[in-house]
Design a protein around this ligand. Structure first.
Ligand SMILES: Nc1ncnc2c1ncn2[C@@H]1O[C@H](COP(=O)(O)OP(=O)(O)OP(=O)(O)O)[C@@H](O)[C@H]1O
Ligand SMILES: [Mg+2]
Length: 307
């Protein structure tokens, strides 16, 4: 699984799974949001992104939180470098702020930096301020199979920019008391954005984080979410696991820090399920007789004959 090489001091290595993950038909762009703090947005973003990259997909993480936790967890320099703030302000092209994440073949990160804390204020006076991120992402999205935007715990202009730039919304829900509190406000914002700003946005994915199967509470929250969101829920809860919380202090995801730990295994399964749900559909030729098929065969035969 691990075949890495050193490039200019950084391991640019190749951590790949034996069994590749399904490619989507087109780039899937996710906002990972929940205005409740500490529910596992960043942890889920970086670990699912890492798992998909290990599955052979091209993945970009955009750290849209001034706290910079996703950048830290991915081991990407983010204090000195230009990052997503400069992109939002139009002072740096998006291609110039993309950084490679060490240890993965095709995992990139656009880091946040401390200036991002001023973004909400500075964006207010700008024209098309809700669309700054979308316009930038449009330039590079073809280079990726998956893009994840890790949001701060608020529903301000940064999160709105993420909503406007995305096709899908992923909501991590912590399986604890008050878990569903605030969810209605998030869903209202989602509905409003869908109506006014981005009709293609779709709440596609809900994941349960910090699950403790021994507690009645975790199971109750899971049952509640399952009842309300049967299609959106990925029913593979992420267990509360100490290795998951340790990994960021080593500038790693748990996928590399301890790939066989229960948290890593769960995130791997969730990532695979996300990839399966987004699998590019093969055209089904078996159900009906289709004249195109005949013409394809005919052309094939013809070219073989004339060669
Ligand atoms: N499955 C887990 N097991 C144990 N600890 C976890 C797990 N998931 C997340 N944590 C820890 O919980 C805390 C909050 O997680 P995280 O930073 O991912 O949440 P967040 O929603 O991004 O927070 P914020 O709202 O501040 O951006 C972190 O310390 C993280 O390490
Ligand atoms: Mg976070």
């Amino acid at each position: 699984m691990d075949d890495s090489r050193e490039t200019s001091g950084k391991v640019i290595g190749v951590r790949r799974l034996k069994e590749a993950m399904a490619k989507p038909a087109s780039t899937r762009i996710f906002t990972v949001a929940n205005q409740k703090g500490g529910v596992g947005k960043t942890t889920s973003t970086v670990n699912i992104a890492a798992a998909l990259a290990m599955g052979g997909l091209r993945v970009l993480v955009i750290d849209l939180d001034p706290q910079g936790n996703a950048s830290t967890a991915l081991g990407v320099e983010h204090r000195e470098s230009a990052g997503v703030y400069e992109v939002l302000m139009g002072s740096a092209p998006i291609t110039s702020v993309v950084q490679k994440v060490a240890g993965f073949p095709e995992l990139d990160c656009i880091p946040s930096n401390t200036s991002l804390a001023n973004a909400e204020i500075n964006l207010v006076s700008m024209v098309a301020r809700e669309l700054q991120l979308k316009e930038a992402i449009d330039e590079i999205s073809v280079n990726y199979d998956y893009i994840f935007i890790d949001c701060p715990p608020s529903l301000g202009l940064l999160t709105i920019n993420a909503f406007a730039a995305s096709r899908e919304l992923m909501i991590p829900i912590q399986t604890e008391y008050y878990a569903l509190e605030g969810l209605s406000q998030l869903l209202e914002t989602y509905t409003l954005v869908k109506k006014r700003l981005n009709p293609t946005l779709n709440l596609s994915t809900i994941i349960l984080t910090m699950f403790d199967s021994r507690t009645r509470l975790s199971n109750d929250v899971a049952a509640n979410v399952r009842a309300h969101f049967p299609n959106e829920l990925i029913d593979i809860p992420i267990p509360r696991a100490v290795r998951v919380s340790e990994a960021p202090s080593y500038n790693q995801t748990v996928m590399t820090y301890d790939p066989l730990s229960p948290g890593a295994i769960a995130y791997m399964q969730v990532a695979r399920e996300i990839a399966e749900r987004g699998r590019a559909k093969e055209p089904d030729l078996s159900t009906e007789f289709n004249s195109n098929v005949v013409s394809i065969n005919y052309l094939g035969d013809n070219s073989r004959g004339s060669a």
